[in-house]
Design a protein around this ligand. Structure first.
Ligand SMILES: NC(=O)c1ccc[n+]([C@@H]2O[C@H](COP(=O)([O-])OP(=O)(O)OC[C@H]3O[C@@H](n4cnc5c(N)ncnc54)[C@H](OP(=O)(O)O)[C@@H]3O)[C@@H](O)[C@H]2O)c1
Length: 219
C-alpha cells in the first residue's frame, strides 16, 4: 500500500503525509516541483529525527501512481491538479480534503462551487475514480504534531461503498482519529462549508478547534 499526497508541501498535506507515514505506510510526497517535495521530506524528517518515516518525494504525477491519493491543494487549484492525472487516478480512491472558502472582511466564509462542493467537482473531473471526502476539519498545525495526537472525528462522505470503507479503515488507524460516515458525496457541500465556521471558532477563541460527534454507539 502506498499513499500519494498531491500538494503535500502545504501545512495540510504535510500533516496528512506525516501522520500516515508514522503508522508505517509509504507516502509519496507530491508537489508541482520535485525540489519542493524533496525539501518538505527533508524538513519533516529533520523535525522528527527519531521516527522512521517512509517518504518518497515526487511530483504530483509520481504521487498519483500510489494506490490511494489525497488531494491537498487549495480548492481553486484542485481541478487543474487532477485533470491531467485522470488516467493515473482511474479506478483509485481519491480523497478530497479541500474546502472552498475565502476571507470576507475579517471573516472566513464558505464559497459554493457550481457543482456544490470541491469533492463533487473532482468526481466530475475524474469519472473513473472513487472520490471520498475526508480530513476537511482537522487543523493542520496540531494534527501534524506526532507527539500529541489530535483527538477528533473525521466526517467522511462518498458514493463508493468500498472507497468509504477503505478511507474509514485508514482514518481509524491514525492516532486520535475516528471516522464517522456522513453520507454520500452530496454531503461534501455541508462538510466543506462547515470549515470556515470552525476557522471562525479558532479566531474568536484563539484555539485550533476540531469536531467530535456525540451520541454514536460504541464500536
Ligand atoms: N491548513 C489546514 O489546517 C487544513 C485543514 C484541513 C483541510 N485543509 C484543506 O487542505 C487544502 C490544503 O491546505 P493548505 O493549508 O496546506 O494549503 P496551501 O498551503 O495553500 O497549499 C498546499 C499546496 O498546494 C500547492 N498549490 C498551491 N496553489 C496551487 C494551485 N493553484 N494549483 C495546484 N497546486 C497548488 C502547493 O504545493 P506545490 O507548490 O509544492 O505544488 C502548496 O504547498 C486546502 O484545500 C484546505 O482547505 C486545510
Amino acid at each position: 500500500m502506498r499513499i500519494g499526497v498531491l500538494g503535500a508541501t502545504g501545512p495540510a498535506g504535510q500533516a496528512v503525509a506525516v501522520q500516515i507515514a508514522a503508522i508505517g505506510i509509504e507516502v509519496v510526497v507530491g508537489s508541482r516541483a520535485l525540489a519542493r517535495a524533496e525539501e518538505t521530506v527533508a524538513e519533516l524528517r529533520g523535525k522528527w529525527p527519531g521516527r522512521d518515516l517512509p517518504f518518497t518525494p515526487g511530483d504530483n504525477q509520481a504521487a498519483a501512481q500510489a494506490d490511494l491519493v489525497v488531494v491537498a491543494t487549495p480548492w481553486d487549484g484542485a481541478l487543474s491538479t487532477v485533470a491531467p492525472l485522470e488516467e493515473d487516478l482511474a479506478g483509485k480512491v481519491v480523497v478530497s480534503m479541500a474546502n472552498a472558502l475565502t476571507r470576507w472582511g475579517r471573516d472566513m466564509v464558505p464559497l459554493v462551487p457550481p457543482t456544490g462542493s470541491v469533492a463533487v467537482a473532482l468526481a466530475r473531473a475524474l469519472p473513473r475514480s472513487r472520490i471520498v471526502g475526508a480530513f476537511h476539519h482537522l487543523p493542520a498545525g496540531p494534527w501534524g504534531d506526532l507527539d500529541h495526537p489530535l483527538e477528533a472525528d473525521v466526517l467522511i462522505c462518498g458514493d463508493d461503498r468500498a472507497g468509504l470503507d477503505e478511507v474509514a479503515r485508514l482514518v481509524d488507524r491514525l492516532p486520535g482519529l475516528r471516522a464517522v460516515e456522513a453520507g454520500g458525496l452530496a454531503s461534501a457541500l455541508a462538510i466543506e462549508a462547515l470549515t470556515p465556521a470552525l476557522l471562525e471558532v479558532n479566531r474568536r477563541y484563539k484555539t485550533h478547534a476540531a469536531i467530535k460527534i456525540s451520541g454514536l454507539p460504541e464500536s
